[in-house]
Write a protein that binds this ligand. Structure first.
Ligand code: NAP
Length: 284
């Protein structure tokens, strides 16, 4: 029988440690940890995500500030807004909602965001530090969420054959580096990979993130594989992952919804506290 690797138990553990840290900050009389969300335009998905994050912050007693710019905002205005958040001592974490409009060069943003406030690991500095194996760097929340789930359910990742089907900067590339730190053997696949199923079938763990509903059926996995489904898609039955619904031929799979996404949002709040510490030389 295929085990469902739920995100909730992982998120609950993270939430508990978050609560303890927040209690400690309050006991020390520190500032309230504050996340600023920078949004360009009024995309429905962005606004819904922002609302969810505000609710999560409220529940965990973090402050959350929304800063929004019109879709047509010039790049200079965006960079000036980001710079003001970088310099604001009452803002500890900055989340830039992506994708940004094409008028804004995301490489400039990766250079402009203060790496110590970069709670979704988009800056070049954090990318370089992750590649060099520096575990104190702020890494993209989705990649960290996958690591948290694997650490929770797998006794060890050392020597495991792990295949990632994604090479984006928010998932596949940083995750490959984080998994190398765990001494896993990592293969990164993408849309030009020849004979994808032959590669995924030899893996002990497969992480899917292609963004296509039900793309992966049983033919892609070994019978004892663990599958981490990062995809968030919608079909006529509602939200779904990249893996076909009800896959019952592998050892374990994360459900969608209720899997990786549940953990990602808590990781973001953790990163706000880690950012706060980085800014204060290791203290709150
Ligand atoms: P992305 O930038 O579009 O990346 C998609 C990746 O899938 C690319 O590397 C692409 O290859 C690869 N791909 C596409 N079609 C493929 C195919 N037929 N065979 C093999 N590889 C294929 O997307 P993303 O931002 O990384 O997000 C990926 C998914 O994760 C989306 O569904 C997104 O909604 C979801 N997501 C979930 C969370 C969460 O918390 N659960 C957070 C963020 C994103 P190329 O590089 O060759 O194009």
């Amino acid at each position: 029988m295929t085990k469902q690797l739920l995100g909730k138990p992982v998120a609950d553990v993270l939430r508990q440690s978050l609560r303890e840290e927040i209690r400690e900050i309050k006991a020390q009389g520190g500032k309230t940890p504050t996340l600023a969300i920078l949004r360009v335009g009024d995309k429905k998905d962005d606004i819904a995500y922002e609302e969810r994050l505000k609710k999560n912050c409220l529940e965990m007693e973090l402050d959350c500030r929304s800063v929004s710019l019109p879709e047509a905002a010039p790049q200079e205005t965006f960079l000036a807004t980001l710079d003001a958040l970088n310099k604001d001592d009452d803002v500890h974490g900055i989340l830039v909602l992506r994708p940004l409009p094409e008028t804004i060069d995301s490489r400039l943003v990766s250079r402009a965001i203060d790496p110590s406030k970069d709670v979704d690991g988009m800056s070049f500095e954090n990318t370089a530090r992750i590649c060099s194996g520096d575990t104190s760097a702020l890494a993209p929340c989705t990649a960290v969420a996958v690591i948290e789930i694997l650490r929770h359910y797998e006794p060890s990742l050392q020597g495991k054959e792990i295949v990632l089907v994604n090479r984006s900067m928010v998932l596949g590339k940083p995750l490959a580096m984080l998994l190398l730190n765990e001494n896993a053997t990592v293969t990164v696949c993408h849309s030009k990979t020849a004979d994808l199923s032959a590669v995924t079938r030899r893996a002990e763990i497969v992480v899917t993130g292609v963004g296509r509903p039900g793309f992966f059926d049983e033919s892609y996995f070994a019978p004892d594989a663990v599958v981490i489904d990062v995809g968030i898609n919608f079909d006529d039955q509602g939200m779904c992952g990249d893996v076909v619904r009800g896959l019952g031929t592998v050892a374990a799979v994360t459900p969608v919804p209720g899997g990786v996404g549940t953990v990602t949002s808590v990781v973001l709040l953790h990163n706000v506290l880690r950012a706060m510490k980085l800014q204060n030389g290791g203290r709150y």
